[in-house]
Design a protein around this ligand. Structure first.
Ligand SMILES: [Zn+2]
Length: 301
């Protein structure tokens, strides 16, 4: 692997980036639907997407908000109603994160097949985390019907990786990792659940104002349970070590956010308290999701 010339290495990385970026753009388009429909308990497939103003069906090209913003200047083709800038932003964010995962993972493992599996796992995890991030920020909670399938997918992929890795390790006679991938994933699931559950309680203990306590629309225990499922899902994909890094980042991001929210409390506090003006219990899920996305790329511990 050390013998690859730098320009070849770069073009391989660029190829990975291109494919995963395009994949991310498609995923982002789907995530826009998930973020909007899943909390409302609507089907993700039917009815097809339509313009909220005129009800006309959205064509395939318009389904990709980035393309829509370039060619139609962010307006509906039929009634010219403005389409929220949030859609292309979610799509661009997803595409960028997925592209970065491709670039980052290009030379990660011994074999191409293993690389493909790790990348697939990271791409899927990122998609789930981005959905949880936005739904958590919008609705103040995490939905089990999003995180439980995610957890199952994470454990399945970790098992597949375990199988593949045990094969390639025996071929390459490399030293086996200290913790088998599937064991690490199971520990990660448990640790993620405990950590997110506790973090949710602590953040509410420290940051809740007195009025919030009475007017909380969603009970703290149901939010904490949702957050725990998000932590478990992340752990199932990431394994113990990456998850531990994700937890550290999540706490740092949360502290920075809380300080910023208090300094600029007019706008941010309002956003934090929800658009209805009532205080509510705070979910840890956006911080946890952001921290775990960071941990895909950088690990300090
Ligand atoms: Zn329209």
């Amino acid at each position: 692997m050390a013998e690859i010339p730098p320009d070849l290495e770069f073009s391989i990385r660029a190829t990975y980036f291109t494919f995963t970026f395009l994949w991310g753009a498609c995923t982002g388009s789907l995530l826009n639907v998930v973020i909007f429909r899943l909390p409302e308990n609507l089907s993700l497939i039917a009815p097809p997407s339509m313009c909220p103003h005129c009800g006309n069906r959205i064509t395939l090209i318009e389904l990709f908000p980035i393309i829509n913003y370039i060619f139609l200047k962010g307006r509906c083709r039929h009634c010219s109603a403005r389409i929220s800038a949030r859609y292309p932003l979610v799509e661009l964010l997803t595409a960028s994160i997925c592209g970065a995962i491709g670039y980052h993972n290009a030379f990660k493992s011994f074999t191409m097949l293993e690389n493909a599996l790790v990348t697939m796992s990271d791409l899927m995890l990122a998609a789930f985390l981005i959905a949880c991030f936005f739904i958590g920020a919008d609705r103040g909670k995490t939905y089990l019907r999003l995180t439980l399938p995610g957890m199952a997918a994470g454990l399945a992929l970790s098992s597949a990786f375990q199988f593949m890795h045990s094969q390639s390790v025996s071929i390459q006679t490399e030293t086996a990792p200290e913790l088998a991938p599937i064991v690490s994933a199971i520990y990660g699931t448990a640790l993620g659940a405990c950590f997110a559950f506790l973090a949710c309680y602590v953040i509410n203990l420290l940051c809740r104002t007195t009025s919030d306590a009475e007017s909380g629309q969603i009970s703290l225990s149901s939010i904490a349970l949702g957050d725990a499922s998000l932590g478990a899902m992340a752990g199932a994909f990431m394994g113990l070590e990456k998850l531990a890094n994700g937890c550290i980042y999540a706490v740092i991001i949360c502290i920075i956010w809380q300080i910023t929210a208090r300094l600029g409390h007019n706008y941010l506090e309002k956003a934090h308290r929800g658009t209805d003006g009532h205080g509510h219990n705070t979910t840890f899920s956006p911080f946890c999701a952001a921290g775990c996305i960071m941990a895909i790329f950088v690990q300090v511990a």
